[in-house]
Design a binder for this molecule. Structure first.
Ligand SMILES: C[S@@+](CC[C@H](N)C(=O)[O-])C[C@H]1O[C@@H](n2cnc3c(N)ncnc32)[C@H](O)[C@@H]1O
Length: 295
């Protein structure tokens, strides 16, 4: 693992100015990834491809939370329980929430197979947590809140449900040039389908300073943002595509949009991947922004 940067903030005014730059334009149609539909459709593929792929990210989050025995933790946007299942060994009680029922079903499978009894599941929108003030000792959201329509509301909710002194960790993906594990597929897709709409530049959630600013504005103190990276081994470009296609909610949406034209588009994407990555085994980097703060 390699930690490339560490930023500490204390100036709330500066943070609020920074957050002003993150305001979405008024009235855009809702991003389909902010709805449960695509996540329900990819739940099985996501679980099979990604649940065990980079456990180091969860280990890093658990280390950052610095839990004491018996403490309670909320896992927001748990998916198939990527964090919750591993957190169960370190906490007295884990509550895992997600708005996609099929993801929770996958988590139920892990809990049954592993005989874990201290994880509770709840179907819930992470932007409107159905818990009282100070209900948890700590909270985590791995690659969850960065997808939400209203991140600031979700962070304010986390601040509300964690007790004073409790720590919160949220992760998002770094820019695609660093995060080649995701970026390789996105770049190939954009090259194969140049007419697809694309963001003008990096997203706010790909900027560690802006991520930290959002935590500060939500009320957290001792906020830090750092980049955490792990290598990801791939057997071939074909294997990479298979994983990308099975687990990627955006690919589900692309299939729906292209209909009968999807198989030809998929061929073009795979040709781009082969040209960029070759067919021999190769290594990519999964690069994540880790933000933590204390209520
Ligand atoms: C990329 S997956 C991450 C899953 C898991 N935390 C992990 O690290 O593997 C994103 C998850 O966020 C969930 N999600 C997205 N928006 C949500 C919302 N508003 N409320 C609750 N869950 C949400 C999706 O259903 C999906 O399971």
């Amino acid at each position: 693992m390699c930690k490339l940067r560490f930023t500490t903030f204390s100036d709330v005014e500066r943070a609020e100015v920074a957050c002003g730059r993150m305001t979405e334009p008024a009235g855009p149609p809702p991003d389909p990834l902010t709805l449960p539909g695509p996540w329900n459709l990819v739940a099985a593929g996501y679980d099979e491809e990604f649940f065990g792929q980079v456990p180091g990210f969860v280990d890093e989050a658990i280390a950052t939370l610095a839990l004491s025995p018996g403490q309670s933790v909320l896992d927001v946007a748990t998916g198939p329980g990527t964090a919750a299942v591993r957190l169960a060994r370190h906490a007295g009680r884990v509550v895992a929430i997600d708005f996609a029922e099929s993801m929770l079903e996958r988590l139920r499978g892990h809990l049954t197979r592993e005989g874990i009894t201290n994880v509770e599941l709840r179907a819930m929108d992470g932007q409107a947590l159905e818990f009282g003030e100070a209900s948890f000792d700590a909270a985590v959201s791995m690659f969850g809140i960065f997808l939400f329509a209203d991140r600031s509301r979700a962070l304010r909710e986390l601040h509300r449900v964690v007790r004073p002194g409790g720590r919160v960790v949220s992760t998002s993906w770094a820019t695609f040039d660093k995060n080649t594990a995701l970026g390789s597929g996105i770049e190939a897709l954009r090259a194969a389908l140049p007419d697809l709409p694309r963001p003008a530049g990096p997203l706010p959630t790909q900027n560690p300073d802006l991520c930290a600013s959002e935590f500060i504005v939500a009320g957290f103190r001792d906020v830090s943002a750092r980049i955490v990276e792990f290598p990801v081994q791939c057997a071939s470009a074909a294997a990479y595509w298979r994983s990308f296609e099975r687990a990627g909610a955006p690919i589900v949406l692309l299939k729906k949009k292209l209909g009968d034209a999807f198989p030809a588009a998929a061929e073009r994407i795979q040709a781009e991947l082969r040209a960029r990555l070759g067919d021999a085994p190769f290594e990519l980097t999964a690069s994540s922004i880790f933000v933590s703060g204390v209520r």
